[in-house]
Design a protein around this ligand. Structure first.
Ligand SMILES: Cc1ncc(COP(=O)(O)O)c(C=O)c1O
Length: 474
């Protein structure tokens, strides 16, 4: 169970270290100074065991279909190993030397076929695949136009990109996208003359906001302004692989836009509960990645277990074993929106700015829902809400700067295929119970001095942690 002591231990000590290191080598002192900047902002990351505490309900992991927790991917993986008893674990070299194999090529052919793409190319991770695409595909003189909330890996790739200009447009804003494309046409003569092109980079579903890209509209604008096909799209399907589309083919498939999107990047670390990523594209793009993506050329090829696990994931999807799981997610998210918006405290909490769930506003009119649902409250309340849930044995995490912009912290709730309706009701009930407590505190006029009960328990424990440096086990 998530005890106050455990929750208090989430937070590192924020005292600066560098000032006490005057006699230490500059090498380490300078590194600690860099960390001190993060400590001063109270935004130091820690690697710790953040698994949902035993007995708590999982509304936090990215195991969307629960293929990991349920053991389904393990069983499919072991079957794949049993079918290949003589496998060699390591690849033995880069794909360009000894590391290629009939096995990996067959896997890529299966993946391309599943996604109705001409070809597929595997990468060790989605981060690597995105950096490879961004660094290799835009040629010198081209432009990259990207959604302002695109993943860090795309930004990383842009640092290495030879593109002439890299310009963001406001998140999911079709009109601003049009303006940015027009600007590229007007300011770059070679683009206007049709001699250079634009790569438009998006995520299918934005994992901190749970909203989806207005892909159809963006494509329409791009086709209108670039009728010769010189504006092409990259869609990162990290959070929609396995979750949306026929049998989990993804968001682009859900919208029937496979022929309109030049590059789809699917990752396997989330819904498919394994690791790695693939780029689905035509042969030209695949060949450019093979020839220009340094992380593909200068890295050992994927190991047999990685490819076998990915194949196992595709087998589960192709045989329809994940379809009911996809439907469960849809049903559960609907149920959540319904239950929470019908709770007697919802309207008041909403009006008072204590609770808001942007995705709950028009959920009935959307053709499909997403499994990530941010819950917003006043900035200083986010952690308090999180403590309340954790102590109610509900695992959901706060997300704050630098992962989201300053002032836009939120509680991120992630729904899973195997959550039950009762668990969803418990979640909605716990959120509203906390909102009622906050309304009462604000109405009492002690809003700025009084803190809710769960936070009081955790803060007392945190004081003990900071007092003796080791309050976790106190
Ligand atoms: C949108 C998006 N793209 C790419 C990645 C990176 O994928 P991977 O975890 O396979 O490196 C992530 C996060 O993991 C992501 O959220």
């Amino acid at each position: 169970m998530a005890t106050p002591a455990l929750l208090a231990s989430w937070f590192p000590n924020h005292s600066a270290k560098a000032p006490s290191m005057r006699n230490a080598p500059a090498f380490y002192r300078n590194l600690e100074e860099a960390l001190d900047l993060r400590r001063a902002e109270r935004s130091v990351f820690m690697v710790r065991s953040n698994e949902p505490a035993p007995g708590s309900i999982d509304f936090s992991t990215l195991d969307f279909l629960h293929l990991s927790a349920s053991g389904a991917i393990r069983a499919a993986f072991l079957e794949e190993l049993a079918n290949n008893p003589k496998f060699e674990l390591g690849a033995g070299g880069s794909r360009l030397l000894n590391g290629n194999s009939a096995y990996v090529e067959a896997a890529e052919a299966t993946i391309a076929d599943f996604h109705s793409g001409e070809s597929a190319l595997l990468f060790h991770s989605g981060f690597e695949a995105n950096t490879a695409i961004m660094a290799a595909i835009p040629r010198p003189g081209d432009a990259i136009v990207f959604d302002a909330l695109c993943h860090a890996s795309m930004h990383e790739g842009m640092l290495a990109s030879k593109a002439l200009c890299k310009q963001s447009f406001k998140h999911n804003d079709v009109e601003n996208f049009r303006e940015v494309l027009l600007q590229a046409l007007e300011t770059e003569p070679l683009i206007k003359q049709g001699k250079r092109s634009v790569l438009v980079c998006l995520e299918s579903m934005y994992s901190m906001d749970g909203d989806v890209a207005p892909l159809r509209e963006l494509i329409e604008v791009a086709k209108e302004l670039f009728p010769d096909g010189n504006a092409q799209f990259l869609v990162d399907e990290a959070h929609t692989t396995g979750v949306l589309g026929h049998q989990g083919r993804g968001f682009v498939n859900e919208l029937g836009l496979e022929n309109e999107v030049a590059i789809r990047m699917h990752t396997y670390g989330k819904a498919l509960a394994t690791t790695g990523a693939v780029v689905v594209s035509n042969q030209t793009i695949r060949q450019v990645l093979i020839n220009h993506a340094r992380c593909f050329i200068y890295s050992t090829a994927p190991s047999f277990p990685m490819v076998a696990a990915i194949k196992a994931g595709y087998k589960l999807m192709k045989t329809g074993q994940t379809e009911a799981l996809q439907e469960n997610i849809q049903r559960l998210v609907k149920h959540f929106f319904q239950v929470i918006t019908e709770n007697p405290v919802w309207d008041e909490a909403n009006e008072e700015g204590i609770l808001s769930i942007p995705l709950a506003e028009d959920w009935e009119s959307r053709p499909f829902l997403t499994q990530v649902v941010p819950v917003m409250t006043r900035q200083r309340y986010t952690l308090w809400l999180c403590y309340h849930l954790q102590l109610a044995k509900i695992s959901a995490f706060p997300i704050d700067y630098p992962v989201v912009p300053k002032g836009q912290g939120r509680l991120r709730v992630v729904f899973h295929a195997t959550n039950t309706e009762a668990e969803v009701e418990k979640l909605a009930e716990a959120i509203c119970e906390w909102a009622q407590e906050m309304l009462d505190i604000e109405e009492s006029g002690k809003g700025s001095s009084k803190i809710p009960s769960a936070a009081r328990r955790v803060q007392a424990q945190q004081a003990a942690v900071e007092g003796n440096g080791n309050g976790v086990h106190a």
